[in-house]
Design a protein around this ligand. Structure first.
Ligand SMILES: *Cc1c(COP(=O)(O)O)cnc(C)c1O
Length: 254
């Protein structure tokens, strides 16, 4: 094995153990949780190594990087997840390689995804991204110059308030070429759930239960990253999205 393959194999084994231990602690079967490796900022050669090591799900957050990478890896048996904020002018490109878009957060994006999925003859699984920092948190006195009210900024990371999930999921279900697949969140850095990933993921599970009443097939609950995957598995997540712990600390933004 190359040095890089050795390194990734070692990291993967550690992450696999963390997931297995978290499943055991929660009384869950290991196969209830799918590992998605977030390959953003890392080259196609790493994606190839991951596939050789048995990884089947990868995620990217920027179309500019993801599109060429996915094209170079088109021969690999991988499911591609898109997890970044998505502008409608990138939708045609993303629909060309992504099997699932986890960051669906507005009606206009659903309309664009549907149009391009139909055009490409593809079916795209859509997860509604939930912003848990948008609820239940009044602005702290004296913070932010007193100008913020009610809805706390999501820090530019996207997502809808919990109250908006149902309407967006209904729209996805009505849209040709799309299917509602579940919910995704990122542990909030602000608001009532800041620093409380387990509470945030428990809340996401409750929202998933509500969603599945109307859309029984929308079973995916995507939560947990390198730092908090145990909390996500304990809460009941079906998918964890792990970058750093498998591929290393990313240089710069991303
Ligand atoms: C980068 C990213 C991850 C992975 O984060 P790590 O801390 O590197 O594991 C997960 N989800 C999303 C949406 C991301 O952008």
């Amino acid at each position: 094995m190359t040095d890089r393959k050795d390194e990734i194999a070692g990291n993967l084994a550690k992450v696999e153990r963390r997931i297995a231990e978290a499943c055991a602690a929660a009384g869950r079967a290991r196969d209830e949780v799918t590992l998605i490796v977030v390959t953003k900022t890392y080259p196609a050669s790493d994606v190839r190594i991951l596939a050789e090591l048995g990884v089947r799900h990868v995620a990217e957050n920027r179309d500019q990087d993801a599109a060429p990478k996915a094209a170079q890896c088109a021969d690999l048996p991988l499911v591609w997840h898109f997890v970044g904020q998505l502008q409608t002018n990138k939708v045609r490109s993303v629909v060309g390689y992504a099997d699932l878009v986890q960051s669906v957060d507005r009606a206009r994006l659903v309309t664009a995804l549907s149009r391009e999925a139909v055009r490409a003859g593809r079916e795209i699984g859509c997860l509604v991204q939930v912003a848990l920092d948008a609820e239940e948190s009044a602005p702290a006195p004296g913070v932010g110059g007193g100008s913020r009210e009610g809805r706390v900024s999501t820090g530019g990371r996207g997502g809808v308030a919990p109250a908006e999930i149902g309407e967006l999921a209904d729209l996805i279900a009505r849209s040709p070429g799309l299917r509602p697949a579940g919910l995704m969140t990122v542990a909030p850095l602000a608001g009532a759930y800041a620093g409380r990933p387990r509470a945030a993921f428990d809340r996401l599970m409750d929202l998933s239960t509500d969603l599945r009443r109307a859309h029984p097939a929308a079973t995916m609950v995507s939560a947990g990253m390198s730092a908090d995957l145990e909390d996500a598995v304990a809460a009941g997540a079906t998918h964890v999205r792990v970058g750093t712990a498998v591929l290393g600390v990313r240089a710069g933004l991303g």
